[in-house]
Design a protein around this ligand. Structure first.
Ligand SMILES: N[C@@H](CCC[C@H](N)C(=O)O)C(=O)O
Length: 276
C-alpha cells in the first residue's frame, strides 16, 4: 500500500503524521519500527495517526506511537503539530479543536501568531498513576541508577515521567542515567526521564530521555511534567519558560487540580509517500 504522510516537528521533536480520517490506515509494530528508522525508513521520534472521533463532543481521535512501535498515551509537541496538520489539510476549520487521546480529552487552541496552546489536563503525583512502585514511608523518592541514587519526582501528565533536578546537564548523564531509569524495575510500564536545571523561578533548562525513543530535541509532556514538579516542590512560579535543546516552550500551571497549559510552535517540513 502507498502511504501518504506529512513530516512535521515541534522544536525538533519530529513526527510522521498520517490522515486516517479520509482513508483507514493501520500499522503493526514492525511497520512502525521500519518507518521510524533514519536509514531504512523515513525517520521520526513518533508516528501520529489522525482518526475520526468515537464521541460526538470530540473533533478527532489522536493515536501516538513511539519509534519502537509501541502505542503511548500522550505527546505534547505532537498535539501542536496535530492542530496544524488538521487545519492545513482542511480536515477542520476550527481553531479550538477537541481531541480524544488514549489518556482522555485534550483541547488545542491555534493562536493568531501560529503558536498552539494545548490544555494538557491536570497532572497526578500519585505513584500508582504512572505506575511507579513506591515505598509509602519514602518522603522524597530516590532511585538507584548504576552506582548512584537520584532524588526524583514521579509525575503523570497522561504519560509517565520521572523528573530529576540537577546542577549540571551533561550528555553522559542524560544518556546513561536516562537509559537506566527508563526501564527501571520500579517503573513497570517504563518512564520518560527529565533532567531539569533550575535557572530561576521562571526559567529552566531541560533535557528528556524519552521512553521508547532515547533523548529527543524536545519533549512537550516532559516540559509540563518538569515544570509542575518544580512548582510543587516550591522551586518555580506558575508561569515558566522551559529551554529545551530544540527551543523554548511556555508552561503555565496554577496548582492542584488545575490544567496545565503548554504553548509552542509546530512546523511542517515536507510531504511524501512511501510503500508500507
Ligand atoms: N515527544 C513527546 C512524548 C512522546 C511519548 C513518550 N515518549 C512516551 O513514551 O510517553 C512529547 O512531546 O510529549
Amino acid at each position: 500500500m502507498l502511504l501518504k504522510f506529512t513530516k512535521m516537528h515541534g522544536l525538533g521533536n519530529d513526527f510522521v503524521v498520517v490522515d486516517a480520517v479520509s482513508r483507514k490506515v493501520f500499522f503493526n509494530k514492525q511497520q512502525i519500527e521500519r518507518l521510524s528508522d533514519r536509514n531504512w525508513g523515513i525517520g521520526f521520534d513518533q508516528l501520529l495517526v489522525v482518526e475520526p472521533p468515537s464521541h460526538p463532543d470530540m473533533d478527532f481521535r489522536y493515536r501516538i506511537y513511539n519509534s519502537d512501535g509501541c502505542e503511548v498515551e500522550h505527546c505534547g509537541n505532537g498535539a501542536r503539530c496535530f492542530a496544524k496538520f488538521v487545519l492545513d489539510r482542511e480536515l477542520t476549520n476550527k481553531r479550538i479543536i477537541n481531541v480524544e487521546t488514549k489518556c482522555g480529552a485534550i483541547q488545542l487552541r491555534v493562536l493568531d501568531d501560529g503558536l498552539v496552546t494545548v490544555d494538557m489536563g491536570s497532572p497526578s503525583f500519585e505513584p500508582k498513576d504512572l505506575p511507579f512502585i513506591a515505598d509509602p514511608s519514602e518522603g522524597l523518592y530516590s532511585i538507584t541508577a548504576g552506582e548512584n541514587d537520584y532524588f526524583m519526582t514521579p509525575v503523570s501528565v497522561g504519560n509517565p515521567h520521572a523528573v530529576i533536578k540537577v546542577d549540571q546537564l551533561t550528555d553522559e548523564l542524560v544518556a546513561t542515567v536516562g537509559e537506566l531509569i527508563e526501564c527501571h524495575e520500579r517503573f513497570p510500564k517504563n518512564v520518560n526521564v527529565g533532567f531539569m536545571q533550575v535557572i530561576n523561578s521562571s526559567e529552566v533548562n531541560l533535557r528528556v530521555y524519552e521512553r521508547g525513543v532515547g533523548e529527543t530535541q524536545a519533549c512537550g509532556t516532559g516540559a509540563c511534567a518538569a515544570v509542575v514538579a518544580g512548582i510543587k516542590q516550591g522551586w518555580l512560579s506558575p508561569s515558566v519558560t522551559a529551554h529545551l535543546r530544540g527551543g523554548d516552550l511556555h508552561i503555565e500551571w496554577q496548582g492542584e487540580d488545575q490544567p496545565i497549559f503548554m504553548t509552542g510552535p509546530a512546523e511542517k517540513v515536507f510531504e511524501g509517500q512511501i510503500y508500507l
